[in-house]
Design a protein around this ligand. Structure first.
Ligand SMILES: Nc1ncnc2c1ncn2[C@@H]1O[C@H](COP(=O)(O)OP(=O)(O)O)[C@@H](O)[C@H]1O
Ligand SMILES: [Mg+2]
Length: 283
């Protein structure tokens, strides 16, 4: 069974041109599936449809199943059950997802307690373990710090820690590294890759950046004008793009070619545990 399945999904916001137009797609367990496309191609609309996050004006047709269960048309309480526990979502702007007045540790702990009866001491211990897992140095002490005490890269790690706190089967990440500089992007992508390996999480990774696709995605779907033009393994997409638009996209983005010299490649000796000092100290 696929973790996430779209069947003929279309979304309209009133106008004649649908924002998402007849998308069918199966995301397999444990893969990182990239959705790539230029701004306005419908990527976020597709992702938000899964979580029931579209505005009331949106008309959605087709079917979206999460772990075999239809999610379109679910009421708000049922959607709330799915969010966080089954599906977690992270966005480009980490700061917007965090409460500025509240310690980051308590925010992660609250996410844990929202999904089951957990004693506060245990929730705190688990939150600290998660902060360590995502590479926050000195996590027990940093638990009590508010978000603005962290760098942008560290805040995005905290958002990721909160997102995976309840071991969701599916993580939807909408441009999670776009706001970060290239070095931090590589680190956050490596973190997402490592978490999916250790937790078996399936990831839908939305990006306009072919470099991101080349770095971590197993398979990729190319969107243009609301349509899914092509689905391929990441290596096939770069080696043998079949759709003319994909070929044009690759030609226009030399930095996105896997062997392109400007592609940010993560050196294999890096790991989340051995963060470069610059990021660790300005955290
Ligand atoms: N809430 C909304 N109301 C009206 N139109 C929207 C809304 N959200 C997105 N759109 C339109 O849908 C299309 C796809 O947008 P979006 O899914 O945000 O693209 P992407 O994430 O690929 O940049 C765009 O034309 C956008 O203007
Ligand atoms: Mg978007």
């Amino acid at each position: 069974m696929s973790v996430l399945s779209f069947t003929s999904v279309s979304v309209r916001f009133g106008g004649n041109t649908p924002a998402v137009n007849g998308v069918s797609l199966e995301v397999k367990p444990g893969e990182i599936f990239g959705i790539v496309g230029e701004s306005g191609s419908g990527k976020s609309t597709l992702a938000n449809a899964v979580m029931g996050l579209l505005p009331g004006t949106a008309q959605v047709a087709g079917s979206i199943a999460v772990n075999g269960r239809e999610v379109l048309g679910l009421d708000e309480p049922s959607l709330r059950q799915i969010r966080g526990a089954e599906v977690a979502m992270i966005f480009q702007d980490a700061s917007a997802s965090l409460d500025p007045t509240w310690s980051v540790g308590d925010q992660i702990a609250e996410t844990i307690r929202a999904h089951g009866p957990v004693r506060s001491a245990e929730a705190k211990a688990r939150a600290i373990a998660l902060m360590e897992e995502v590479g926050i140095p000195d996590a027990p002490r940093r638990y009590s710090d508010v978000p603005h005490r962290f760098s942008g890269g560290m805040r995005q790690r905290i958002v990721i820690a909160a997102a995976v706190a309840n071991n969701p089967k599916l993580l939807i990440a909408d441009e999670p590294t776009t706001a970060l500089d290239v070095t931090l992007q590589a680190q956050v992508l490596a973190l997402i890759d490592r978490l999916r390996r250790s937790h078996g999480t399936t990831v839908l990774l939305i990006t306009h950046d072919l470099g991101v696709v080349a770095q971590v995605c197993d398979r990729v779907g190319v969107m243009y004008g609301g349509k899914l033009l092509e689905v391929a393994s990441a290596s096939d997409l770069f080696a043998r793009p079949s759709h003319p638009y994909t070929r044009a996209l690759l030609a226009a983005n030399p930095a996105g070619a896997p062997r392109g010299s400007r592609l940010p490649v993560i050196p294999s000796e890096w790991s989340v545990e051995s963060l470069p000092a610059a990021e660790a100290s300005n955290g």
